[in-house]
Write a protein that binds this ligand. Structure first.
Ligand SMILES: NC(=O)c1ccc[n+]([C@@H]2O[C@H](COP(=O)([O-])OP(=O)(O)OC[C@H]3O[C@@H](n4cnc5c(N)ncnc54)[C@H](OP(=O)(O)O)[C@@H]3O)[C@@H](O)[C@H]2O)c1
Length: 256
């Protein structure tokens, strides 16, 4: 039914880094389309508070895990398998940034960012492979959505070496994983956001008017922009889009 093209009724979703920022925007959108949503983040109180607030829209549960290690990813996957017969939507959103001058750029700033932004999407998807396969049908695939960044497509003015590399790597990893998982009826795609107000992007949050001047459409990203892209990829509407990373940036990338 075309009127249900974007419906997520009956779908179970997991959004990493869902306690705030872009992850919370995506969780909000999925809930409004009828999905049951699990949020994960390291800090349990913030994650639980977000889940409690979002429960006003639909069923939303907090699970506090650190997904940056393989051990953490496997523990989270085991908890999902204990609670749900199948997982239909995995949003690999949790991410971190680090800026430091080239000459002093530290190993800590490299490992923290690459482990969370690039390693975690791979190993969490691997750990959830069985749950996703149980939620996948040829006529209704399961979905993995990797949250990359426009900084993985074009170069920004900050010295965020590991961040840019991790996001470019994630965009390519999305294609490689998509090729493998298509055979299991699991469709993998990505979203590359531009400036969205968040704890990570304090500039967009606290100086939105200034940032907006560098955005062709004249504003920073909003909940509806991010929720819309995630709902599209998660729903029947996006089933034939495979291995792509959709740029949601108000035109920043084409202007850079
Ligand atoms: N905001 C933007 O303008 C923008 C632009 C392009 C791309 N992005 C990408 O969008 C994603 C979300 O960014 P954001 O701006 O919303 O950031 P944010 O506000 O800092 O939120 C990050 C989320 O990830 C969680 N998290 C951090 N480390 C984690 C870990 N090891 N395990 C599990 N969860 C963890 C955080 O909760 P805890 O701290 O409690 O763990 C929080 O829920 C990131 O991948 C980012 O690179 C953002």
């Amino acid at each position: 039914m075309l009127k249900d093209l974007f419906s997520l009724e009956g779908r179970v979703a997991l959004v990493t880094g869902g306690s705030r920022g872009i992850g919370r925007m995506i969780a909000t959108g999925l809930l409004h389309q009828g999905a049951k949503v699990y949020l994960t983040a390291r800090k349990a109180p913030a994650c639980e508070a977000a889940a409690a607030e979002l429960s006003a829209i639909g069923p939303c549960t907090a699970l506090a895990f650190d997904v940056s290690s393989v051990e953490g990813a496997r523990s989270l996957a085991a908890e999902i398998a204990r609670r749900e017969g199948a997982l239909h939507i995995l949003v690999n959103n949790a991410g971190a940034a680090w800026g430091e001058e080239f000459d002093t750029f530290s190993e800590a700033g490299w490992d923290k960012v690459v482990d969370l932004n690039m390693k975690a999407p791979f190993f969490l998807t691997q750990a959830l492979h069985e749950s996703l396969k149980r939620g996948a049908r040829p006529e209704r695939p399961a979905k993995v959505i990797n949250i990359a960044s426009i900084d993985g497509i074009s170069v920004n003015r900050w010295e965020t070496y590991s961040y840019s590399a991790s996001k470019a790597g994630l965009i390519h990893l999305t294609k490689r994983m998509a090729l493998r998982l298509a055979q299991d009826h699991i469709v993998v795609n990505g979203i590359a956001p531009g400036p969205f107000p968040s704890e990570m992007n304090k500039e967009a949050r606290d100086h939105g008017d200034e940032v907006a001047q560098r955005v062709p459409v004249g504003r920073v990203g909003e909940l509806e922009d991010m929720a819309g892209a995630a709902i599209y990829l998660a729903s029947r509407a996006g089933d034939y889009v495979v291995g792509e990373t959709i740029v949601v940036d108000g035109g920043v990338t084409i202007a850079r």
